[in-house]
Each structure stands twice: as structure tokens, then as C-alpha cells.
Design a protein around this ligand. Structure first.
Ligand SMILES: *[C@@H]1O[C@H](CO)[C@@H](O)[C@H](O)[C@H]1NC(C)=O
Length: 180
């Protein structure tokens, strides 16, 4: 094989490695992982939002230097994940969704000493817009951030099918005729 052919092969391999790693972290990859978790409990899908993606990318870039799991304190809901030696969209969302084992819907609480707020944000019914980003930090770990709009995890509210909200809606319907 001549030099020219070798260069082409080299380019193709580089391109396909780049391409396949991109393919694991596309908007659709983040969306699929979120929407599958939502579908399983009957919650509607999220859609991708370029403004949220830009916000997430901007903040992720700021964490390249230290890779700390520190929140942006922006106006959106936010889930973070750090992984080494590799972390992709599906893996990050899977970590968050796996917290569902610690979430008790009836009491609307996490098990003692456990975290389940990433999961409740993933399935938060009103959080219908999603934007995520991923960077490789200077220490080699990967940092993934997803932002949600409107933000979820409101104290005293359930992520979906809140019984209290349904009750209120029902009551106000009943009151309508007596006002007439
Ligand atoms: C990189 O830094 C973050 C934040 O301190 C840490 O969580 C992570 O384990 C580090 N990664 C490596 C490969 O040392």
C-alpha cells in the first residue's frame, strides 16, 4: 500500500472513531434515555432545546479544569455526572435513572441516606425541554450535564401524577355548578 492509501485509511479510522463517539452523545442519545425512563411510568416525552444545550455546553466548558460535580446555580433543573475512563450519554442517564430504586412514590421521599433527585428530575412531568453537554476534563474524567426546563424537583410536589393536584382539579370542577 502506498503512502497516499495509508493516509486515507488513517483518516477513515480517525473519522470513524470520532464519528462513533459522537454518535453515542448526540441529542437523540440523551433524549432516548430520558424518554424511555418517562415512557415506562407513563410520562410524556421531552424535546431537545438548543438554548439549553448552549447553556449546558457553556457550563461544562467551565468545569474542564477541575471536573467538580458543582452545580451551575442557573435557572434550570440540572443533573451532573462524572465518569472515568469513559462516560457517555446513555451511561450517565442510566446512573440517574437507577436511583428509582431509592424513590418511594407514596411518601414522595428517597430512602434514608440515599439520593434519588436525579431520577425525579429525569421523570419530572412538567420538565419538557432538555439540553445536555459532555466534556473531557483535564484530569481525564468525563463531565456530563443535562439541563431541564421548566426545572423539576419542587419541594412537596411529586414528579408526576401528583395526587394533590388531581384532587384540587377535581374539587374545583365540582364547585363550578354551585357558582352558577
Ligand atoms: C477528576 O476530578 C474529579 C473532581 O475532583 C474527580 O471526581 C475525578 O475522580 C477525577 N478523575 C480522575 C481520573 O482522577
Amino acid at each position: 500500500m502506498g503512502l497516499f492509501n495509508s493516509l486515507i485509511v488513517c483518516f477513515l479510522i480517525t473519522f470513524s472513531i470520532f464519528h462513533s463517539s459522537q454518535a453515542q452523545d448526540s441529542p437523540q442519545d440523551y433524549l432516548n434515555a430520558h424518554n424511555e425512563a418517562r415512557r415506562q411510568i407513563g410520562v410524556g416525552s421531552m424535546t431537545w432545546d438548543n438554548k439549553l444545550e448552549a447553556f449546558a455546553q457553556n457550563y461544562a466548558n467551565k468545569r474542564i479544569g477541575d471536573c467538580r460535580m458543582q452545580h451551575s446555580s442557573g435557572p434550570y433543573g440540572e443533573n451532573l455526572a462524572v465518569g472515568y475512563p469513559q462516560l457517555h450519554a446513555a451511561g450517565a442517564v442510566k446512573m440517574w435513572v437507577n436511583e428509582n430504586q431509592w424513590y418511594n412514590y407514596n411518601t414522595n421521599t428517597c430512602a434514608p441516606e440515599k439520593v434519588c433527585g436525579h431520577y425525579t428530575q429525569v421523570v419530572w412531568q412538567n420538565s419538557v425541554r432538555l439540553g445536555c453537554a459532555r466534556v473531557r476534563c483535564n484530569n481525564g474524567s468525563y463531565f456530563i450535564i443535562c439541563n431541564y426546563d421548566p426545572p423539576g424537583n419542587w419541594r412537596g410536589k411529586r414528579p408526576y401524577g401528583d395526587l394533590e393536584e388531581q384532587q384540587l382539579a377535581f374539587d374545583s370542577k365540582l364547585e363550578l355548578p354551585s357558582d352558577v
